[in-house]
Design a binder for this molecule. Structure first.
Ligand code: ATP
Length: 243
């Protein structure tokens, strides 16, 4: 059902060794939302996503996904529960074609807790939704640009039929034309009802695709509001974001 909270992060702290990086981060994502986790370089966006995925060894706090506590679980258990993750390093299998890369990501169909079936993604659906990818279906991953590989990793994650997708910096280090395609890709997924939490420092990009935003600075949430409110808030943008 709409308005259901999919992800709830409560008072999350995290460390790399002795370096304290996150200080009590709380946020939530509801079904059907695209939420941006914003902030400058080093603010802690990636660390927050890694903590949610169970990839930090030193942490404190609580993460609930679809009503279940996932903090303390192994990354593969969290992925299996239906939380998709597209990390920053966007690895594709260079010797496999686009279609073969997608097949690697295929998981069995899922059912929402209310009994309704979740979308079961097939390569053809993804090619229809993302024609740019469809045009490259027989191309080896190694012969794609960084941005195209990024699009492929997003599509491959969809093959796992996730209930929620975490996307780390989709626009980073990507050519402007691909940034635009990536924005279209996220909006197309949103139209299909896909829920997304993305980390992003590109304000323009986040404004294009997101409903709401959280702004991180030095490992703390400094602001939260609708994307429209953030767009109007010069003070917050100047203080915590690169415009
Ligand atoms: P970016 O845009 O650079 O990815 P970010 O907001 O995602 O920024 P994080 O990657 O979460 O920021 O980094 C937060 C802080 O943690 C930074 O000060 C960074 O230097 C530090 N950090 C990140 N990874 C490690 C690591 N493996 N070991 C030690 N410190 C790290």
């Amino acid at each position: 059902t709409a308005n259901t909270t999919l992800l709830r992060v409560e008072d999350l702290s995290a460390w790399y060794g002795a370096a304290h990086i996150l200080f009590g981060v709380s946020l939530d994502v509801r079904r059907g939302e695209v939420v941006a986790l914003m902030g400058r370089n080093g603010a802690g966006k990636t660390t927050t996503l890694k903590s949610i995925m169970g990839l930090m060894s030193k942490w404190k706090g609580k993460v609930e996904f679809m009503g279940q506590t996932i903090s303390g679980k192994q990354p593969f258990e969290i992925a299996r529960a239906g939380l998709g993750f597209v990390p920053e390093d966007r690895r594709v299998f260079t010797d496999l074609t686009v279609t073969e890369n997608l097949e690697v990501g295929r998981q069995p169909p899922r059912t929402w807790p209310d009994g309704s079936p979740a979308h079961t993604w097939k390569p053809e659906d993804l090619y229809t939704l993302f024609p740019n990818l469809g045009a490259m279906q027989d191309r080896p991953g190694g012969q794609m640009s960084g941005g195209e590989q990024q699009m492929l990793t997003v599509a491959r994650t969809m093959m796992g039929n996730p209930f929620l997708v975490l996307l780390d910096e989709p626009s980073e280090g990507v050519a402007p034309v691909i940034v635009e395609q990536m924005a279209h890709m996220i909006l197309a997924l949103k139209e299909q009802g896909v829920s997304i939490l993305l980390s992003e420092q590109n304000v323009h990009f986040a404004e294009l695709v997101s409903d709401r935003a959280y702004v991180l600075e030095k490992g703390q949430i400094r602001y939260t509001g609708s994307m429209a409110e953030l767009a109007e808030n010069e003070e917050v943008r100047r203080a915590y974001l690169t415009v």
